[in-house]
Write a new protein. Structure first.
Length: 314
């Protein structure tokens, strides 16, 4: 066991992470956690986050909105369900501090052009800054073959929209195909990070498998953004208040956690296609994608055309 632990640390190439990362079993499903100082962190589709800052399975058709004081400072995040019931989540200092730390690290990676290698985080990515603000972004996903080896690894595939250059803090809107994130096998859910440094996941659904075509959509409707993850009649939805944020970047991404060997990746192609981007003025726009370099385990991201992107490993 000790030898395997040392091998893990060498393969992951981040000894500090390996020393703290652990597998926890929740209802029979492996769940990753790691510690940093006094914080217990869990994986999300926007990085490791303090556990108390992540709200899983909050329901469907709920509205997430920031509550601000007279100076425009956030002091709470509200979750309103479709029955009109409101739950107020206070802004926790550790959530805000961690989010600021993550923003600084992401900005440095974007500037330096660095890419993870069998580490935890965004791995294969295509991104694009449109000429003006995003109005909607959607597309179909083809679910890849399941990993040949099932450990505690977590895989996130998603399209997303982010306000990197404008608005109050960085927020990302994501319909996320996920492997083993508290649910064994494939599931699909809408996510939003990080109003008040907090992360929210709508109720995920299961029942599909490799080869299924699922749909992810991000659309502005009035003062809210709707995130839709669907397959047939099944839906996972979040509404997120715009709160003055200017969404100016879109992406298609594979994000990974706890991958220790090539068989723990999905095998073959994961395809995003029929992707459509509209600007806030309603005009369609053709992305000119910028992609990351090839990654380990024969990993690469291929832009087949502006509306079709394939991520492959093994």
């Amino acid at each position: 066991m000790k030898v395997l632990w040392v091998v893990c640390c060498v393969v992951m190439a981040v000894v500090a992470y390996c020393a703290a990362e652990q597998q926890v079993v929740d209802n029979g499903v492996p769940v990753l956690e790691r510690t940093e100082g006094d914080l217990t962190l869990i994986p999300t589709p926007f990085g490791w986050r303090p556990k108390q800052c992540v709200h899983r399975d909050v329901g469907n058709d709920v509205v997430i909105r920031s509550v601000v004081d007279e100076q425009g400072l956030e002091y709470a995040v509200e979750i309103e369900d479709k029955a009109g019931q409101v739950k107020s989540l206070p802004i926790l200092p550790e959530c805000v501090a961690w989010d600021k730390k993550m923003q600084i690290e992401r900005a440095a990676r974007r500037m330096n052009g660095t890419v993870n290698n069998l580490q935890d985080g965004w791995l294969d990515n295509a991104g694009y800054y449109p000429p003006s603000l995003v109005g909607s972004f959607d597309g179909d996903y083809v679910v890849p073959r399941s990993p040949a080896s099932e450990g505690s690894q977590i895989l996130f595939y998603f399209i997303g929209a982010t306000n990197f250059k404008g608005g109050s803090g960085e927020t990302i809107l994501q319909p996320v195909l996920q492997w083993n994130n508290g649910i064994r096998g494939w599931s699909f859910a809408s996510w939003n990070c990080c109003p008040g440094g907090q992360t929210h996941e709508a109720t995920p659904f299961v029942g599909f498998g490799p080869g299924a075509v699922i749909y992810g959509g991000i659309d502005q409707s009035g003062s809210n953004w709707k995130i839709l993850s669907s397959w047939g009649s099944k839906r996972s939805t979040l509404d997120v208040a715009n709160a003055g944020r200017d969404f100016d970047w879109v992406d298609a991404t594979l994000e990974t956690y706890g991958v220790k060997s090539c068989p723990e990746f999905a095998s073959g192609d994961m395809k995003f296609y029929n992707m459509r981007l509209k600007l806030s003025n309603g005009q369609g726009n053709t992305p000119s994608w910028k992609t990351t370099a090839p990654t380990q385990c024969n990993g690469h991201i291929t832009v087949q055309n502006p509306s079709s992107i394939v991520i492959s490993h093994n």
